[in-house]
Design a protein around this ligand. Structure first.
Ligand code: 5CA
Ligand code: ZN
Length: 373
């Protein structure tokens, strides 16, 4: 499983947390099923926002990337999101990105624009015949999202306005690396293709991220890899988490409407309540964070903790098997949480005769939902 990781220039917000929590649940289910899971996440530590923030704050962009990556990992640990087997930085992946771009140039899937000053390298959008299967979007939607999400349709010299940047020729004042096709730095989508091919090989089970990555990012990452591997599907499943909003808009670093994990935890909010608040909605649904979501989650957590600490309760067998079943059904966390609520209500209202039930529920909720009771 490969999940698109952070661009480390600001703190982890609840949108990131919700996305990584989604894949944490998949990871936990696979571990519960006894599978040996190879889970990789990248760190996009070469990108414009990082350079701009480093400039603004008068620090080295590498230092900023390292610092924010460490803070992110700390936030994930606090939320009990299991770490992937590898976190791979773009800065550690230059050689394999260059190799991939060389292959695309050699096969004709990529070309250098006719611009002696900045000979950028582009990917031909028609290099693979299956392009477009991942998002399923029509050409108008693709054009709109390409322009909105970092594409450069008007770049002179491109063969097709949807051709995507693979390698940006060195500009004054920007970091760059030597390559056979000229010094420069990698484009975004090719970073993920190259890391996947090196770490996991062709044909992964899940390519994941938030739904803002459906197009262009995942479409092009897949197409880049498919262009060099002759394989028609980069990933067997593309899984996308819905967007978390706050204050009427998608939570985003660029807009600045953030609820940061580290601010909540510094205020004494229990990370288990943050998890429960995010799990109360279905992972694919766009949804808003609010004070009410948090207070509901805190009340739920308190009731669950009370119930599992009772000396005896109703048997846990049925509720635990329901939780497993609902999670196996496209991560239906609202139903899983409702099943647990029912068990808790019965335990608190009527008690029970099973002295081991509380511990059984506590272990299952810990292993499957990552919530510590
Ligand atoms: N480094 C790239 C991926 S290769 C990137 O998109 N970085 S990011 O820092 O902008 O986002 C990290 C992850 O959080 C991505 O999977 C993204 O889809 C997800 N994400 C960003 N904002 C939100 C949000 N408001 N709600 C849910 N997920 C979000
Ligand atoms: Zn990515």
């Amino acid at each position: 499983m490969y999940v698109c990781g952070i661009t480390p220039y600001d703190a982890t917000h609840l949108g990131h947390a919700a996305t990584y929590l989604t894949f944490d649940l998949i990871y936990r289910q696979w571990l519960d099923a006894g599978l040996d899971v190879h889970y990789v996440q990248n760190v996009t530590d070469i990108d414009d926002p990082l350079f701009e923030r480093a400039d603004r704050d008068g620090i080295d962009w590498r230092e900023l990337g390292d610092r924010e990556t460490d803070l992110f990992r700390g936030d994930m640990t606090a939320l009990r999101v299991l770490a992937p087997r590898e976190y791979v930085r773009a800065t550690e992946s230059i050689a394999c990105i260059i190799e991939l771009v060389e292959k695309m140039l050699a096969s004709g899937a990529a070309y250098v624009v006719d611009d002696p000053e900045y000979p950028d390298v582009y990917f031909r959008v028609d290099a693979t015949e299956q392009f477009g299967y991942e998002s399923g979007y029509d050409i108008e939607t693709m054009s709109r999202l390409f322009a909105e999400r970092g594409g450069d349709p008007a770049r002179p010299g491109k063969a097709n306005e949807l051709d995507a940047l693979l390698w940006r020729a060195a500009r004054p004042g920007e970091p760059s690396w030597e390559a056979s096709f000229g010094s420069g730095r990698p484009g975004w989508h090719v970073e993920c293709s190259a890391i996947v091919l090196r770490e996991l090989g062709a044909g992964i089970d899940i390519q994941g991220g938030g739904s803002d990555l459906i197009f262009p990012h995942h479409e092009y990452s897949a197409a880049h890899a498919e262009a060099v591997t002759a394989q028609r599907r980069f990933a067997r499943h593309y899984v996308h988490a819905g967007m978390i909003g706050w204050d009427g808009h998608k939570m985003s670093k660029s807009r600045g409407n953030l609820v940061k994990v580290s601010v909540l935890t510094a205020d004494g909010v229990d990370p288990a309540a943050i998890r429960l608040g995010l799990l109360a909605g279905h992972y694919r649904a766009d949804r808003s964070w609010s004070d009410a979501v948090l207070s509901d989650a805190q009340a739920r957590l308190a009731r669950w903790r009370h119930a599992v600490a009772l000396p005896a309760a109703p048997s846990a067998r049925d509720v635990v098997s329901r939780v497993r079943r609902y999670l196996a059904d496209d991560l239906d966390t609202p139903k899983a949480l409702a099943a647990l609520d029912n068990w808790v209500t019965d335990a608190l209202a009527y008690g029970g005769h099973d002295a081991a039930a509380g511990a059984h529920v506590r272990h299952a909720v810990d292993a499957l939902l990552g919530v510590q009771l």
